[in-house]
Design a protein. Sequence first.
Length: 814
Amino acid sequence: MAKEAAIATSTSLDFESFKTEVLNDFRIACISREASLLGRKEVLTGKAKFGIFGDGKELAQIALAKQFQNGDFRSGYYRDQTLMMAIDQLTVQQYFAGLYAHTDVKAEPQSAGRQMGGHYSTRNLDDQGNWKNLMAQKNSSADISPTGGQMPRLLGLAQASKIYREHPTLKDLEAFKKFSNGGNEVAFGTIGDASTSEGPFWETINAAGVLQVPMVMSVWDDGYGISVPREFQTTKGSISEALAGMQRTKDKNGYEIFVTRGWDYAHLCETYEKAVKIAREQHVPVLIHVKEVNQPQGHSTSGSHERYKSKERLQWETDFDCINKFQEWILSFSDKGISIATEDELNAIRDEAKKSVRSEKNAAWSAFVDDIKQDLSDAIRLMKAVAAESPKSAVISAEVSALEKAFEPIRRDVMTSTRKVLRIVRDEKTASKNALGAWIKKQLSNNADRYGSHLHSESDRSALKIESVAPKYDGSETMDDGRIILRDNYRKIFEKYPEALIFGEDAGKIGGVNQSLEGMQDEFGTLRVSDTGIRECTIIGQGIGMAMRGLRPIAEIQYLDYLLYAIQVMSDDLSTVHYRTKGGQKAPLIISTRGHRLEGIWHSGSPMGMIVNSIRGMHVCVPRNMTKAAGFYNLLMAADEPGLVIEPLNGYRTKERVPTNLGEFKIPLGVPEIVSEGSDLTLVSYGSTFNLCEVAAKQLSELGISVELIDVQTLLPFDIDHLICESVAKTNRLLIVDEDVSSGATGYMLDKIMVEQGAYYHLDSAPQTLSAKDHRPAYGSDGDYFSKPSVDDIVEKVYGMMNEADPKKYPSMY
Ligand SMILES: Cc1ncc(C[n+]2csc(CCOP(=O)(O)OP(=O)(O)O)c2C)c(N)n1
Ligand SMILES: [Mg+2]
């Protein structure tokens, strides 16, 4: 590109300002590069465990950063250090703190040491868990490692701008000014060329084109995904060619697609300026294919690129090193008698970058080590005191001196030594032993905070702190279909929360396949109640991104069976966001679906064991009827964390009493309901099988068996106050019933009740479980009968347990 044009595109800056800007960009590029080079050394010398760096991607990110405004969001991946530095959201010291896994959030604000280096984020919540003013800062959603995993949420981050621009009331409400200024914010996505092979990439790209959201998608195309070249990844070996059909035309919406090169500073700047303007002003998604991006150090510290790159390609990495190219470009100005800088001046910038990065790295290391030093000196002092009082002082002293001599000891070394010493003196009764034991306990608790806090909200709006409100009834015993209770409850939610949105397959125009949203779109508009494509993964992504920008989305997944398409993003992204930022970000998304019963292999699923084990960090509600479901929605709306509500599929047309306080009553989480009291056996279930248990309990009472019937109501959290254990203490027998596979959610519940709650102590019979068959349920009512627990199965299972206990009273049936 011509130099004059480059100057002109720089938003008509005068030459001095232009020069300053260019040199500042050069400086950032050099600093970032030095951080990559030194970062690799830190890993190779053992000071950090793993390194993955942004070398070679500097220029494109600097060009992008120029267009990044306050309120904008990034959803990217591990190569984006330069972007984070250029938008002032990452210092070099913080960068190294991340590499070392410094657990102090002040030193390492990205994740407080929880994530590998190279995983970036901004702190969007204050210390109390409340939203900061996101319009006063540049924002990055927290990265995750699965390649392409940043894509679904990117869709929602971009869609939030559209909602804020087009929503009839939100833009005028003071409370939402911290999230948007009339929807002018852009969501910037970044991805590597190889990761565009992932399904979530294509799903997101298509959905953003359909939705027409302000998303600027950059592909850093360095030609490799670790060792696998682009030709094995992408049709035509080019993502922009493969996506060319998405290009918008005069009459049809679509994408604006740009192609540029990773070493061409002027063209990059020009491209980003044009591209972002289109996205920001017109809400049109944009793809920027940045080709010819370098990878000077190869993929990561896990291997060397000499193993798989040709000599020519390795030579190209040097010849087209983007910083060298940038330097050439700067120097070429002098041909025309205008000078940005001389070679000496540029070399001075490089030298200065080297020095400053080294000194910031040293500062990060000192801060990291200092944090551990205190623990180390306390541990040594306490162990020495133990040695002084113990007859085994020789072996303890050896342990102490090994720790004293250890090279760069970490917390694990300190803990291992102290715990070993405590074991050595386990039979001694000395004050020093007690002091050491107390100190170890305190350390375990401190480290539980360092490494284990913030899986859930710790704010005032934690779901566990929201007060429950019982459904009220006016005594008229009005009954209606479950779906009507849900629908009318949704209406109340939508009136109360202007930021509430619901979307999913068939959720809009027809009001859901079960009519639980009937008429909602007419009443609240297509922006708030909308149909989506068939794309469960990005329906959740829409929800995550919008929830990160102050909206309250309810993402509809048509059937529980299809949640599997979304489980990856729920597990990797949604469930971990609060934890992986140590409370720096949240996404209070509600996911609504329906499952259990019905018929056929893919319309009757209840894979609850898989679900509860993959989404720790979320709440999982398994209501047995729609009043309960509505109560969970109301509670989750008042809270600030994500939850999944699984409505019982066969409950939409079942009549229920209609509460008078729709939208207000709230069912607490983690509190089972003892639906009927009994003395012979505790029968535990949830959702649709609970209703079968209720029928079975009546039949059992005719057989002279008194069952205490408990609905667990939520699987995550599970029975916080151990009510089930109390029940078992009374009945001394336990049967758990559900329609997951064997050892699925029944195995989970059994562990909770027996191990965590200690109910084994009260048992007179072996605890039992009754679940569905391990095959998927066959179609039709007979398929259901022979695949899932029936009332007969439940009755006979309970009866069998009683027969074993008292065969005289309960003679064998078979
Ligand atoms: C889902 C998933 N599969 C595999 C990996 C392992 N992995 C990490 S990076 C990477 C290559 C990604 O290449 P590309 O997207 O081109 O990004 P680049 O590293 O080249 O910038 C792979 C396969 C992963 N992190 N996630
Ligand atoms: Mg690549």
